[in-house]
Design a protein around this ligand. Structure first.
Ligand code: AFP
Length: 292
């Protein structure tokens, strides 16, 4: 692991350190608490708990200027420095069905909202059968296994299991969100082609589904829908961090017409269509939806 930016390292230390507590809390938090997040979705108690833990850990870091969460309407001021955007429990509706979930992180060198070009690092924790963390920064992309370890700094040990990750050249999987009847005709035609070439892998949490693409190569999309042209996923908390990871791995991202990282935000909770994966698959997608 190259010596990197100490603030970025501290951010990922904090995200890794909170992972065991977030996991431990999940069994007791499978019910909605009735509140709505700023995007109008019912918040599960697990989201709020993870948000509180991450807010405490991240705002305590020197060099973090703002904590910005999918679960909070406004940024939480933390002094001078980077803005850390967090989706505390991505895929939290998977809690009921006991499927994968994760925490998404974007470290921006700008007050939010900002474009993804201001990201200096991004990544995600995946609470699967094991806890893994993908870290993308100036030195490349790596995968770590995160385990509770009372003797280690921060109470967790982190083992790098893969460094300088790139997307596999020979893509094998795809996963597309939303309901087929809500897809646009051009996207449906693209999906028809892709499903004859690749295997479906879709679990309903962006981090879990993107990690299939990271591991096997392919394409993940949460597309523009006929009644929701901006799709479902949030630009600052989901679209940009995942686009950054995939682009750092040599893949491509798109909102349908260009890199997600170039999308100009108008607000903290903007949504964006998300298409990420191997470059050739994203180029074909852009050709397919160009006249949408
Ligand atoms: P929740 O965080 O509300 O569970 O939403 C998860 C998510 O934002 C993202 O992780 C998935 O890719 C997407 O929604 C799944 O949505 P669909 O259920 O519409 O496919």
């Amino acid at each position: 692991m190259a010596d990197g930016d100490p603030v970025v390292e501290a951010v990922f230390d904090a995200v890794a350190a909170t992972a065991p507590a977030i996991r431990d809390a999940l069994p007791g938090r499978r019910v909605a608490d009735g509140a709505e997040n700023p995007s109008g979705e019912t918040v599960l108690a697990g989201d709020l708990y993870a948000d509180e833990l991450l807010a405490d850990a991240l705002t305590a870091i020197d060099g973090v200027g703002a904590y910005v969460s999918e679960e909070r309407p406004e940024a939480t001021d933390a002094g001078e420095g980077y803005s850390v955007a967090i989706d505390p429990l991505d895929g939290s509706s998977n809690l009921r069905s006991n499927n994968a979930m994760g925490t998404v992180v974007g470290v921006y060198d700008a007050p939010l909202p900002a474009t993804g070009r201001d990201l200096v690092a991004a990544g995600y924790t995946l609470y699967g059968p094991i806890t893994t963390m993908i870290v993308a920064d100036a030195s490349g992309v790596r995968e770590e296994v995160v385990e509770r370890d009372p003797d280690a700094d921060g109470g967790v040990s982190r083992s790098v299991v893969a460094e300088d990750l790139t997307l596999p050249d020979d893509p094998t999987v795809y996963g597309f969100g939303g309901r087929v009847p809500d897809w646009t005709d051009p996207f449906r035609a693209y999906a028809r082609e892709v499903e004859s070439e690749l295997k479906l892998r879709y679990g309903g949490s962006m981090v879990g589904d993107v990690n299939q693409v990271v591991t096997y190569g392919g394409v993940f999309a949460y597309p523009a829908l006929t009644d929701a042209p901006e799709g479902k996923l949030r630009l600052s908390f989901e679209g940009n961090p995942i686009a950054y990871v995939i682009e750092r791995m040599g893949g491509a991202s798109s909102d349908g017409s260009g890199s997600i990282l170039d999308v100009e935000p108008t607000g903290l909770h903007d949504r964006v269509p998300v298409y990420v994966g191997n470059e050739a698959l994203i180029e074909r997608l852009e050709d397919a939806v160009a006249d949408d």
